[in-house]
Design a binder for this molecule. Structure first.
Ligand SMILES: O=C(O)[C@H](O)[C@@H](O)[C@H](O)[C@H](O)COP(=O)(O)O
Length: 259
C-alpha cells in the first residue's frame, strides 16, 4: 500500500457499526464547521448498510446540517430503480428516508431502466459530470490545496479484495483518468455496475474501509503486507489525509496488533 492505514479494531460487528456511525457524524460535523458543507460517498454491503442504520438511530445525527451534505455512492448495481439490489435503495431504507437530507444533494448512480437504459458507459459519464459539477475540485488542483471530490469515502471490501465495484485484475482497477467507470462481467452478481475509480477514491480527504468477519481477514492481511492493487484493489484505496480501516476482531485477525 502507498499509505499504511490506521487500523481501528472493535469487539464485534455491532460495536463496529455503532462506532462507524459516530465517527461519520463527527467527521461530517467537523467538516461542515470548517468548510460550510461536506461531501461523502456511501457503500453497500452488510456492514456498510449497518453503519447507516446505526446513524439513523443515533441522536447525534440530528446535529448534522443535512442541507449542507452532498451524498454520493462508491458504486451501485446497474439494475432497475427500486430493485432490492440497489445500494441506493438499501441506503434510503436504512438512513436517507429517516433524515431531512436535501434530495438535490443525494446523488444516486443511474439505474438501468432510466435515461441510460442499456448504456452503463453513458451512465458512468453522467455520474462523473455530477461529481465534477458539485462545487469541489480534484485532480491536479487537489495537489495544489484544492478540496478533492469527497471528504469521506466509505468502502466495504470483498472476500477477494474488491472495493466499490473495482475487482481484481479488471479494467476498472487499471483506470487512471476517469472518476467513474462502467463495470461489466463482475464476478459478484449482478454483473453490470457503476463504480468510482481508484483515482476518484484517492482524491478523498479520508478513505474508510469498513469490514466485519473472518472472511475478510486474509485479504486485509495481504493488502497490509503490500499486495499490489491490481490483485488486491483494497490496497489502492487510500485517502489523501487519512486511510482508516474500521474492523471487527475477526476481520483484523491477520493484522499485526497495534493496541
Ligand atoms: O455493491 C457492492 O457489492 C458493495 O459496495 C461491495 O463493495 C461491498 O461493500 C463488499 O462486497 C462487502 O460487502 P459485505 O459487507 O456484504 O461483505
Amino acid at each position: 500500500m502507498t499509505t499504511t492505514p490506521q487500523v481501528l479494531v472493535h469487539d464485534n460487528a455491532e460495536a463496529l457499526a455503532a462506532a462507524g456511525a459516530a465517527r461519520l457524524v463527527t467527521t461530517v460535523l467537523d467538516t461542515q464547521a470548517a468548510r460550510g458543507s461536506a461531501s461523502i460517498a456511501l457503500t453497500g454491503g452488510g456492514i456498510g448498510i449497518a453503519v447507516l442504520a446505526e446513524l439513523a438511530r443515533s441522536a447525534a445525527a440530528q446535529a448534522v446540517d443535512w442541507d449542507r451534505l452532498d451524498i454520493f455512492w462508491g458504486d451501485d448495481r446497474f439494475v432497475p430503480a427500486g430493485d432490492a439490489e440497489r445500494n441506493e435503495k438499501q441506503a434510503r431504507e436504512a438512513l436517507l428516508d429517516h433524515v431531512p437530507a436535501d434530495p438535490r444533494r443525494i446523488h444516486a448512480m443511474p439505474p438501468s431502466d432510466g435515461e441510460f437504459a442499456g448504456d452503463p458507459d453513458a451512465a458512468a459519464e453522467w455520474y462523473e459530470r455530477r461529481i465534477r459539477g458539485h462545487g469541489r475540485t480534484g485532480g491536479a488542483e487537489t495537489a495544489r490545496g484544492g478540496t478533492g471530490w469527497f471528504d469521506v469515502v466509505l468502502l466495504g471490501v470483498g472476500g477477494e479484495g474488491h472495493v466499490a465495484s473495482i475487482f481484481p485484475e479488471s479494467p476498472a482497477v487499471r483506470e487512471t483518468e476517469r472518476l467513474v467507470v462502467a463495470v461489466r462481467d463482475c464476478p459478484k452478481p449482478p454483473p453490470t455496475r457503476i463504480s468510482l475509480s481508484l483515482p476518484a477514491i484517492r482524491s478523498a480527504t479520508e478513505v474508510w474501509v469498513i469490514a466485519s468477519g473472518a472472511g475478510k481477514a486474509d485479504v486485509l492481511a495481504d493488502a497490509y503486507a503490500g499486495a499490489p492493487e491490481s490483485r488486491m484493489p483494497v490496497a489502492g484505496a487510500c485517502g489523501r489525509a487519512h486511510t482508516r480501516w474500521l474492523l471487527d476482531r475477526d476481520a483484523a485477525a491477520g493484522l499485526p496488533r497495534s493496541e
